[in-house]
Design a protein around this ligand. Sequence first.
Ligand SMILES: C[S@@+](CC[C@H](N)C(=O)[O-])C[C@H]1O[C@@H](n2cnc3c(N)ncnc32)[C@H](O)[C@@H]1O
Ligand code: SF4
Length: 384
Amino acid sequence: MNKEGNTSKKENGNLDFQDSHKKAFPFGIYVHWPFCLSKCPYCDFFSRVKKDINQDELISKYLDDLTYYAQTIGNRNVSSVFFGGGTPSLISPQNIEKIIEHIAKLFTLSDNAEISLEANPNTQKPHLFSDLKKSGINRLSLGVQSLDDNELKFLGRTHSANQALQALEEICSLFDNTSADLIYALPDQNADLWQQNLERLLKFPLKHLSLYQLTIEENTAFAKKKISPLADDEAASFYSLANQIASAKGYQQYEVSNYAQKGFACRHNLLYWQGDDYLGIGQGAHGRLSLSSGIYAQSFPRLLEKLTPQERAEELVIMGLRLTSGINKKHFYDCCQIKFDDFINQKHLAELKQQNLLQEDSQNLKATQQGFLVLNYLIEKLCS
Ligand SMILES: C[S@@+](CC[C@H](N)C(=O)[O-])C[C@H]1O[C@@H](n2cnc3c(N)ncnc32)[C@H](O)[C@@H]1O
Ligand code: SF4
């Protein structure tokens, strides 16, 4: 038992959402497909290479889980659905349609809901993207990673730059809302190569970009091979270059690694960063649910674990500082019922502002561009 008399425990039951969350805030559903055609050596996402999957059987379990959660938490206005992975472009468009229809039957799916899918160019086949569009997907995000064949080979990708270019061409002609991922700061990359990659990508009228600095994650093939990341100062200069190039093309940075044309920030991912509610379906998925009995971390298989307000508050700082708009103090209170000014370490806050790493006004606290380079340090100081 903690100070507030809450216990952190696993529990299920018939639970209603907190009224405020039910009415006022967006709600999303994340559908995770945990399979890939091959395992990329840098990736520590929950994903497996498995050929003999009975997809229809698994999808019917997803539908059952959706029904279970609809009964448990009641109806919500769903403003976004995100098919992520793994490689969800391996799910057949018929099954994608089944899931979307089931969500619409169980919950109130907004007319203008953002329905995204992450596609890998190595799953491309004729009509895949147009079939996905017919199945209800209205935002397509492509895992390009690089437009240089040598880099793609280093990253263990099983598609070529030409395949990625062809897929980009197709998604931009089919979808209004498109995004692509690139990975930069590879060990042998120089600034010219990075610039060329980004400029090749920006020839396409994409609405959104995710530009990730390569991280060497524990237990990945890269970590086992002792691949070293690019030196911090060089990686920081690639990051500044990315910001300049993206901004010159009209993309506004709204999160550490994410950039969007006006009005095209990813609404689903904003739920995570702003601390709103979402449900996660599939083996590697998790959710956050505000219920009348408290705030819950939801995970597979059908688990609800109560979070203390402090645990939720810390998550809100970790996620919120990633946004260029920072943490909205009022929303922070709505999400964890703790006043922001009471939660954070005021002495450290004053020091970090003095060092020009944080900026604060009466409504928000946000990291400066300099602060973005040391986010983990800021979080640690604010939460200690
Ligand atoms: C969940 S992955 C799924 C995307 C899709 N399966 C694909 O590979 O195209 C989402 C994104 O995370 C990024 N990513 C994964 N591991 C990374 C790492 N170690 N360093 C940097 N970016 C990484 C990649 O850009 C990838 O597109
Ligand atoms: S990067 Fe994408 S394709 Fe590669 S292993 Fe991870 S989830 Fe699968």
